[in-house]
Write a protein that binds this ligand. Structure first.
Ligand code: PLP
Length: 418
C-alpha cells in the first residue's frame, strides 16, 4: 500500500461513516450516549491531550495514576462505599471479567473452592458468561419472575458451597429492571460468596435519580453483602468509549483482582485489570467529563433522560398491540407485542411483530436493538435522545400502524465476526 495524504484519508473516513447510525441526531437508543455538544467538547480536548499516553506504568505517568484514583474515589462516594477501592477498565465487559476472576481467586484462597460456580439470573449480561468461560467457572443460570427480576427461590436453590459469585443487575439490560439486590446479597453472604452488582447501565443514573426523588430499593454498597460493583463511564457517565469503573467493597477485596508477577525476564509486572498497555485517552476524557458535569450536571442530564423515557413508555402503552415489558422506572425499556393480543385468533390483525416494527423504524432512521426472548425492541434512553423524542413518538405510532397485522421481521444479531 502506498501512503496517502491526510486530506484523502480523512475524506475517506468521512465517507465510510456515512452508513453509521445517527447518534448525534438523538436517533439511536443504544451504543452511544450523548451528553450534548458542550460535554463532548470537554471530552475531546482532554482526549487529544492524552491520545498517546500509556497507563501501563503509572510511575511514568503519575497523572494517570491520580486520574484513576480520583475517578474511583468519586464513584465510590456516589455508590456509598466509604471503603470501596477499584480501578478503571476499558468498559463494562472488562469490569465484569475482573469481578468474576477476583471472585474465583477469593473463593479458592479463602474457602478452598476448586470447582467454582457463578450464579446469575438469565437477565444478566452476556459478559458474565464470557467471564465464566474464560476463567473456568460453571454457570448456574436461574430464571426471572413475571416482573423480569431474578427468581429468588431459584437463586436460593442454585447457591451452594461452590458458589464463588452471585450476580444482580441495577438495572439489567434486556428489560431495564433492578434486581432485588438486598435479598441476593444476603444469600451470597450466607455461603461466603461474593455478590456483584452490575450497574454498568445504572451506576451513573440511579444515584442521581435518587437525588431527584426517584429512589430504587437499595442496590449499592449500602447493602450488606455487596462485594463489587461495575459502573460504566462510557455509557450514562457520558464519557467517550473505553472506560468503566470496577469497585470492590474494600482494598482487601480488591487485591484478588490484581495480577502481580515476576517469574519472567522482564521484571516485576503488576497490572490491575486485563489490559497491558492502556490508553490514557478514555481515562482523561472521563475525568474531564466528571469534573465538568459535577453532581448538578449529572442531575440535569438524568432529569432529561427520565422525562424522555417516561414519555416513550406512556406513548407505547397507548399503541394497540404494543406493551412495555415489566415496570421499568429508569432509562431502559423493552417494547414488545402485547400478550393480551392473541397472535393466531381473531385478533391476529391487531398484533404487532416487534422485529417488523424495528425494521419500519430503521427505515425512518431510528436505531433500536432487537432482543429476545421474547422478541422485543430495546431502548436505552439518554439525554441526547430528548431533542428527537417528539419525532420518535410520531414515527413509532406511524410505524406501528404500518406493520400491525403484517409479516414478522428478522431479529438482528449483535455483530458479525468480519
Ligand atoms: C447491564 C450491562 N452490563 C454490562 C454491559 C457490557 O458493557 P460493555 O459493552 O461496555 O462491555 C452492558 C452493555 O450494554 C450492559 O447493558
Amino acid at each position: 500500500m502506498v501512503g496517502r495524504t491526510p486530506d484523502e484519508i480523512l475524506a475517506d473516513l468521512r465517507e465510510k461513516r456515512g452508513g453509521d447510525v445517527r447518534w448525534a441526531d438523538g436517533r439511536t437508543f443504544s451504543l452511544v450516549f450523548d451528553g450534548g455538544e458542550d460535554v463532548r467538547a470537554v471530552a475531546e480536548e482532554a482526549a487529544i491531550m492524552y491520545l498517546h499516553e500509556n497507563a501501563l506504568n503509572t510511575l511514568a505517568f503519575p497523572s494517570l495514576g491520580s486520574i484513576q484514583a480520583e475517578v474511583c474515589s468519586w464513584t465510590a462516594e456516589l455508590l456509598n462505599g466509604p471503603d470501596a477501592a477499584g480501578f478503571l477498565t476499558s468498559g463494562g465487559t472488562e469490569s465484569i471479567l475482573c469481578a468474576v476472576e477476583a471472585a474465583r481467586e477469593r473463593a479458592r484462597h479463602e474457602r478452598g473452592v476448586t470447582d467454582p460456580e457463578l450464579v446469575l439470573p438469565i437477565s444478566a449480561h452476556a459478559a458474565f458468561h464470557k467471564g465464566a468461560h474464560l476463567f473456568g467457572l460453571r454457570t448456574r443460570t436461574v430464571p426471572v419472575t413475571a416482573d423480569w427480576t431474578a427468581d429468588l427461590d431459584a437463586m436460593a436453590d442454585a447457591i451452594g458451597p461452590d458458589t464463588a459469585l452471585v450476580v444482580a443487575s441495577a438495572p439489567q439490560y434486556p428489560q431495564g429492571l433492578v434486581d432485588p439486590v438486598a435479598e441476593i446479597a444476603a444469600m451470597a453472604a450466607g455461603v461466603g460468596a461474593g455478590c456483584h452488582v452490575d450497574a454498568c447501565m445504572g451506576g451513573f443514573v440511579l444515584p442521581f435519580a435518587e437525588m431527584e426523588g426517584r429512589p430504587a430499593p437499595l442496590w449499592d454498597f449500602r447493602v450488606e453483602g455487596v462485594t463489587s460493583i461495575s459502573a460504566d463511564l462510557h455509557k450514562l457517565g457520558y464519557a467517550p468509549k473505553g472506560v468503566s469503573v470496577i469497585l470492590h467493597g474494600s482494598r482487601d477485596l480488591r487485591r484478588w483482582q490484581t495480577f502481580d508477577f515476576d517469574g519472567w525476564l522482564g521484571g516485576r509486572y503488576v497490572t490491575p485489570n486485563l489490559q497491558g498497555t492502556r490508553s490514557g485517552l478514555p481515562m482523561a476524557a472521563a475525568w474531564a467529563v466528571f469534573q465538568y458535569l459535577g453532581v448538578d450536571g449529572y442531575r440535569r442530564l438524568v432529569r432529561t433522560t427520565l422525562d424522555t423515557a417516561d414519555r416513550i413508555r406512556a406513548c407505547v402503552e397507548t399503541i394497540e398491540g404494543l406493551t412495555v415489558l415489566g415496570d421499568p422506572v429508569h432509562h431502559l425499556l423493552a417494547i414488545s407485542a402485547d400478550p393480551a393480543v392473541d397472535p393466531t385468533g381473531e385478533q391476529a390483525g391487531r398484533r404487532i411483530d416487534p422485529y417488523a416494527l424495528g425494521e419500519a423504524l430503521a427505515a425512518r432512521g431510528w436505531h433500536l436493538d432487537r432482543l429476545g426472548p421474547p422478541p422485543s425492541l430495546h431502548l436505552t434512553v439518554s439525554a441526547g435522545n430528548a431533542m428527537a423524542v417528539d419525532d420518535f413518538l410520531v414515527d413509532l405510532e406511524e410505524a406501528s400502524d404500518e406493520v400491525r397485522g403484517g409479516a414478522t421481521g428478522a431479529a438482528v444479531e449483535y455483530a458479525t465476526l468480519e
